[in-house]
Write a protein of this length. Structure first.
Length: 201
């Protein structure tokens, strides 16, 4: 299956983060060219286009840059994500909006501007990195969980719209993954997440 990725061109939003870096490394190992779209330059020196995923002009320009350089675009991955942790009545509207802008608006913008490029290449794949908390909810993560739940509805709809062009859209819902994002979360939330695992770690 991985051999099918050889020669493909991919973009990964949030490619400087923990999950994004792993995806880029895996794509590269399979022979694909993967570009990191992020505000932060990746520490490993991989291909990077400075991008604000919540800004339409910035993201559209980055996708066009990659497409122009390589002459095609085959894979879109939205791994960019931020969180604000507090119960809903202690979550400022500005923080809610900030989380939605990166996690959900960013996915919309990537699909909106990226799918036409996939169509020009004859089809492709779009993958949105969701979260188990988007399906089940989690105490103290209303903004984050809502944004990840939104990815599911977005993907299901866009899959119906783009399938006839050979474009598939899927959501992956990881559980708790040790990344710079989760390392910043209050210890009480980390301990609660560990307590919910079968392995206890």
């Amino acid at each position: 299956m991985l051999k099918e990725l050889a020669g493909s061109v991919a973009v990964v939003t949030g490619g400087s983060g923990g999950i994004g870096r792993a995806i880029i490394a895996r794509l590269g190992g399979a022979g694909a060219k993967a570009c990191c779209l992020d505000l932060v330059r990746p520490s490993d020196g991989s291909w990077w286009v400075e991008t604000n995923v919540s800004d339409e002009r910035s993201l559209a320009s980055a996708l066009d840059d990659v497409n122009t350089r390589e002459g095609r675009l085959d894979i879109l991955v939205h791994a960019a994500g931020i969180s604000f942790d507090a119960v809903v009545w202690k979550t400022p509207a500005a923080e809610w909006d900030r989380v939605q802008a990166v996690n959900l608006r960013g996915a919309f913008l990537m699909l909106s501007h990226g799918i036409p490029l996939l169509r020009r290449a004859g089809g492709g794949r779009a993958v949105l990195i969701g979260s188990i908390n988007g399906s089940r909810g989690k105490f103290g993560t209303s903004a984050y969980s809502a944004s990840k739940a939104g990815l599911v509805g977005l993907a299901r709809t866009v899959a119906r719209e783009a399938g006839r062009f050979g474009v598939t859209v899927n959501v992956i819902e990881p559980g708790w993954v040790r990344t710079p994002l989760t390392e910043k979360i209050a210890r009480e939330f980390t301990e609660a997440a560990i307590g919910e695992t079968l392995a206890g770690r």
